[in-house]
Design a protein around this ligand. Structure first.
Ligand SMILES: NC(=O)c1ccc[n+]([C@@H]2O[C@H](COP(=O)([O-])OP(=O)(O)OC[C@H]3O[C@@H](n4cnc5c(N)ncnc54)[C@H](OP(=O)(O)O)[C@@H]3O)[C@@H](O)[C@H]2O)c1
Length: 359
């Protein structure tokens, strides 16, 4: 594989910092350029980040003295220097939509962690193990945008990253009803316990917009390409409650599910064990070897013990058992800033590179 020159838009933020640490020794992707708001533009990366470095590993030497570009004003200069960008910015939705389209129209593919374009018909929202074929819609999107290379591809919200993978191999049994309660880490709000001390010994039963995303996004991921759009699936019927809990990293979900054709517990465990997707077949650099991992121990998965499995790219599952109202219930976990954010973005970029969409 050739190496690609990569820009990170929103490089000073929490997700941007994760991209920087994940790309430090990446075999295909080389960090060429960093961009953020006009507040950071013109400063060295070290100056721009100041005391906001939130990663547990030190800032990589390579980026310390890089001069940060203005993500909005320097698009032409950025277009000359990179093959594609990762984008994770904190702006209003319509501003993000416009910004990402400007990059795409400047012939820069955009791999986005933002939610702005998740429901644009011809923008693929991809979990690489589940709906890799959705990237084929990029040809239609390029036609609409009038571009040769430029396009936008997005990853889904971190909240669905544990239960949608766990349900996916079971869709063949006709998943009818799903109830998922998520217990979400504070890093999902870009915080740690120092910056959000009110979360110590606390739980907040509301995360703005999260329940809508958690119920709607799976239907696009399980949707089908029809002509020049992705049409959402109409089932399963999903209801959720999303809570913020005092955990640093790792979103857990307690899931209840009923089927048209109820499988046995052994069938489900076998399906999870044997499930492998395109990233595993192609041996993409960031793909976990075993995506779905079932624990027989009654007290697993635990956020602290299991979120880093396979470098935070795997999903852990446990406590599968029969339920009185649904057919089964189980618990699952994924790392929200790795698989659920920057890591999921890097894996999507690897899929796009392997399939020739970044050439
Ligand atoms: N945290 C997560 O786990 C997570 C997970 C999935 C998705 N996301 C999404 O990823 C995005 C970023 O989240 P985050 O937690 O990394 O946010 P964050 O820590 O607040 O960082 C925001 C970034 O956006 C930049 N920015 C703000 N206004 C800008 C502007 N007008 N033009 C260009 N850049 C601008 C900031 O630059 P300055 O430093 O110059 O202000 C900073 O680099 C959000 O859309 C969020 O919903 C986050």
């Amino acid at each position: 594989m050739k190496t690609f020159r990569v820009g990170i838009i929103g490089a000073t933020g929490m997700v941007g910092q994760r991209f920087i640490t994940l790309l430090e020794n990446h075999p295909w992707f080389n960090i060429e350029l960093l961009a953020a708001s006009s507040r950071s533009a013109g400063k060295t990366y070290t100056e721009a980040v100041g005391s906001r470095w939130l990663m547990s590993t030190p800032m990589p030497e390579k980026v310390k003295d890089m001069i940060v570009y203005d993500a909005e004003k320097d698009i032409d200069k950025i277009a000359e220097s990179v093959d594609f960008v990762f984008c994770a910015v904190n702006m209003k939705k319509d501003e993000i939509k416009a910004l990402e389209e400007k990059y795409a129209k400047a012939e820069i593919p955009v791999i986005s962690n933002n939610s702005a374009h998740r429901h644009t018909d011809d923008v693929p929202m991809v979990v690489p193990e589940i709906n890799p074929e959705h990237i084929e819609i990029i040809n239609a999107q390029r036609k609409r945008l009038g571009t040769k290379r430029g396009f936008i591809a997005v990853k889904s919200n971190c909240s669905i990253q544990s239960y949608v993978p766990a349900l996916h191999p079971l869709m063949k049994y006709g998943v009818e009803n799903v109830l998922a309660c998520t217990y979400q880490a504070i890093s999902g709000a870009g915080k740690n316990f120092e910056t959000w001390p009110e979360m110590v010994d606390n739980l907040i039963p509301y995360i703005g917009g999260e329940e809508e995303k958690s119920e709607l996004e799976p239907l696009k991921v399980w949707g089908k390409i029809e002509g020049d759009k992705i049409v959402d699936a109409t089932t399963p019927n999903i209801t959720t409650q999303c809570l913020r809990v005092p955990v640093s990293d790792g979103h857990t979900a307690a899931v209840f599910v009923s089927f048209k054709n109820k499988p046995s517990i052994e069938d489900i465990k076998k399906d999870w064990k044997e499930f492998a997707g395109v990233p595993q077949e192609l041996e993409l650099p960031s793909a976990p070897k075993q995506f779905l991992n079932y624990f027989e121990e009654a007290d697993r998965p635990q956020a602290k013990l299991d979120r880093d499995m396979e470098k935070g790219m795997a999903v852990s599952i446990g406590r599968l058992r029969e339920d009185k109202q649904f057919d089964y219930k189980f618990v699952c976990l994924s790392h929200n800033t790795l698989r659920g954010a920057a890591g999921g973005g890097v894996l999507l970029a690897e899929l796009l590179a392997a399939k020739g969409y970044l050439d």
